[in-house]
Design a protein around this ligand. Structure first.
Ligand SMILES: Cc1cc2nc3c(=O)[nH]c(=O)nc-3n(C[C@H](O)[C@H](O)[C@H](O)COP(=O)(O)OP(=O)(O)OC[C@H]3O[C@@H](n4cnc5c(N)ncnc54)[C@H](O)[C@@H]3O)c2cc1C
Ligand code: FES
Length: 238
């Protein structure tokens, strides 16, 4: 069983219509873009997973969008409150020294912002495009923001101009499927961060299994433990 961590709320602020940023300090030593933390939201017993948006010296930021009881519990937290969480969990993005195109959609921008920080530190040229359904959801701070339309429609033009060697993406499954398709068309490597409703979050309950191609065979993999980040070519879409 993964260790339960105790964090302290440093900051909690609204950043869009139904989206907030939460900053927690902790004694965690390392975290990578694409990994997540899993927060206990009483009275719920199943923890709620959130991608790490930034990590610095034990301090995490996450973006959370209000959905139900768990996210409303997080919204009720005040500066100085304790946070019971597990993490960082899962396998994050494996950074390559390649010109990188980052594609985020909706709340899937959180790990993309963390990845952009890591790429900038490693001096790897990158471009981040993101999309939101409606203007109220928009969060600032990207190289290109699409509102209303689909980020996918802009990919061919960006690929031709920016000439990336790899694509990294996080967002709804429909976006990830299309990103994988575009990457294949342009013969580019791609890594995608998948999402599903989680129960145990640590690879035990098998509730988040997907099919992947490994060693030439179709095998089961859990999104929470083997992912959430997978090589786009390996994912077998159902
Ligand atoms: C790996 C991973 C990373 C995530 N990162 C973020 C993040 O950075 N920011 C963020 O806001 N959310 C993120 N999520 C989704 C987040 O975990 C859920 O929104 C949250 O658990 C909802 O809890 P709740 O109790 O408020 O809502 P619930 O009462 O549990 O659910 C309310 C509604 O939201 C739906 N829902 C719940 N979980 C998910 C999910 N995983 N995917 C799609 N729909 C869901 C339910 O089906 C239901 O319709 C992530 C999920 C995963 C698996
Ligand atoms: S949520 Fe239990 S195995 Fe992934």
């Amino acid at each position: 069983m993964k260790k339960i961590q105790k964090g302290i709320v440093n900051k909690i602020e609204k950043i869009a219509f139904d989206t907030f940023v939460l900053e927690i300090s902790s004694t965690v030593k390392t975290a990578n873009a694409g990994q997540f933390i899993s927060i206990l939201c009483p009275p719920k017993t199943l923890r709620r997973p959130f991608s790490i948006k930034s990590f610095n010296n034990g301090t995490f930021e996450i973006f959370f969008k209000l959905k139900g009881e768990g996210t409303n519990y997080i919204k009720s937290l005040k500066i100085g409150d304790g946070v019971d969480f597990m993490g960082p969990l899962g396998q994050g993005f494996k950074i390559k020294n390649k010109k990188s195109l980052l594609v985020g959609a909706g709340i899937g921008i959180a790990p993309m912002l963390f990845l952009k920080d890591e790429l900038n530190i490693a001096n790897i040229d990158n471009f981040l495009i993101t999309g939101f359904k409606v203007i109220d959801e928009v969060i600032q701070g990207f190289d290109k923001t699409v509102v209303g339309g689909s980020v996918i429609d802009f990919l061919p033009e960006i690929i031709e101009k920016f000439k990336p060697e790899i694509i990294y993406s996080c967002g709804p499954e429909v976006v990830l499927k299309l990103v994988s398709k575009v990457a294949k068309q342009y013969n580019l490597d791609a890594q995608i961060a998948m999402e599903k409703v989680f129960a145990c979050q640590v690879g035990v309950c098998r509730g988040c299994v997907i099919k992947i191609l490994k060693d030439g065979k179709v095998q089961n993999a859990t999104i929470c433990h083997d992912g959430p980040v997978f090589d786009a070519k390996a994912v077998v879409w159902e």
